[in-house]
Ligand binder design. Sequence first.
Ligand SMILES: [Cu+2]
Length: 501
Amino acid sequence: MKNRRDFLRSAFGLSAGLAAAPRLLAAPTQTNGENMEMAHTRHASPQSRGVVSVETPDVPQLSCRIVDGVKEFHLIAELVKQELIPGKVANLWGYNGSAPGPTIQVIEGDRVRIIVDNHLPEPTSMHWHGFEIPVEVDGAPGSSQDPIPPGGRFVYEFALHQSGTFFYHSHMAMQEMMGMIGAFIMHPKENYSPHVDRDFAIILQEFAILPNNPIPNSMNMEFNWLTLNGKSGPATTPLIVRLNDRVRLRFINLGMDHHPIHLHGHTFVVTGTEAGRQPQSTWGPGNTVLVGVAQSRDVEFVANNPGDWMIHCHLPHHMMNQMSSVVGPMTRRGGGMPAGLGMEEGMGILRKGHATSEDKGPSLGRGMGVGSTRDETTGNGPQETQQAGRSISNMPGMEHGAMPDMQDKAMQMTAPEVTKNARSVPGFPQDAFMEGPAMAMDKMVEKPENYGLRPGWSGFMQGMMTFLRVLTPEMYDKVMALREQQKNKPEPMPEMEHHQE
Ligand SMILES: [Cu+2]
């Protein structure tokens, strides 16, 4: 028992929490949810500190109107052009111009009205996942209500008596795979104990988007774009916290895969599921939490280890962008590869030739979709280093000068370091042309939250990867000042100098 108590003490930084109390009262102003009409301050008192608004980096908050004591929200189901990383715009379906849809935050006991307008070309229906509400407003199409026709509207209204990390989503299965989900945070009437300083929600999604095609193939089961709040690394916006803040992360998963989410450098406890707060007796230590489909998981920890720590799904293919048998012009050139072949080839059954022949190897086991025949580039076959260098140097926007000590060595800047006999090593290449200095795009994803990251960092961030940046007070203030600066400027930020702290 002693060990457990000691663990809890360090996990929740009890003494640090007390010392940090004075500034907590001001903390909510740092969130991106200021426009909410939530009375954050109404709980504020020396005994019970204010509700900490949940931040959803890269996803807007949905504000409400109070109409006769009811919190009224308005959601519009519609086509969304979502930029997953710079230059990769996907045609997703979402709400109010965002996929995932905007975050709703309410307080336990609230009565809410949500007006849902359908601007899609087909019927939809909205489900309130895990809500204990009357069946008439549950949103199951056909059984609890008629689907909302294109151009139609349905008004959902209910009182909420639960608290926790909930979400809303279209209850049309294929629409779910187009992005139609959003976070629905129900804050408890009485704050959870222990109090957290920072609270973040991250929605996990996946899409099957073939190269050179902006529309997800919701019937494909080969997911090659993995997103956190609608962005893939390195376009994900890091979570910024101050050293010794107590932090809650809420992960929400709606897709075809379960994601083991791993946090570097810290030990957390799982404090909540999609059904709300879990009893403290269940809080065992961990650093990886499996977030299953249709589940949410809350984890809490004290950010007591300074540094830029990765948060990522630990499935290797979920730490990649554009994973496919064709990785496109980015890394490969050649005579082309077969795609969209028949079932036999798709399942890896060979009829003619050998498995690694230039024509066949790349697409084994990979159905590339009906209708396509031959893509313009080759897949993960062997490749000359020089050829790779040429391909990479042709990539627009990539930051070939990311590593300052390589400035004058043009070829080395573009090609990763590989041995002379690399091609003779079975299995090569693996990461050589997938990540590394040549893939860096620090400038393209520049934003206040990335200030001061190690130069070239972006070459190693893909898919479901982001940072938890545990910053010293000085660095924290600097990042927040830059964020404030940017808020007042609609234009992209002027160049910031990157330097190592
Ligand atoms: Cu994953």
